[in-house]
Design a protein around this ligand. Sequence first.
Ligand SMILES: [Zn+2]
Length: 172
Amino acid sequence: MLALVACNAASSPSTDKPAAATAAQTQVASDSIVPAQYADGKLVKVVHTDAEWKAQLTEMEYYVLRKKGTERAFTGDLWDHHEKGTYICAACGLPLFRSETKFNSGTGWPSYYQPMKPEYIADEADHSYGMERDEVLCARCGGHLGHVFPDGPEPTGLRYCINSVSLDFVKD
Ligand SMILES: [Zn+2]
């Protein structure tokens, strides 16, 4: 996996999309915040088949978000990114992290000590590669984001180590 694919590669070069997007354009990977919706107090999920995800996402997004891949350290476009704004799920647009909670972990991956809302992040034990880690996923679409480790800064002591390609950035 040598491809240096930027996670915003899917965005169109023009500015705002026209309100009436062509019907053929089926919910392309989001580059703007898509607020959470709730039904019966539960987060409404975004569900697609594997083929649909493959069609919607860039190759690198698909590899990381759907196949739980990892981008190489220091290759993403967000690890050294310091603007004020919101980091959203690259697949479904759920707002996941705020710039105020981002810190320099020195790992080469964007790192945060806290998600925007606990219920926006799902975690799961990950025993792959002989390591005990907690995988973190977007709670709405199930996209793989990265892992959370208990060695982060205060106030939470957590380090959410996230792939740049799993995120898009929306400036304030
Ligand atoms: Zn998502």
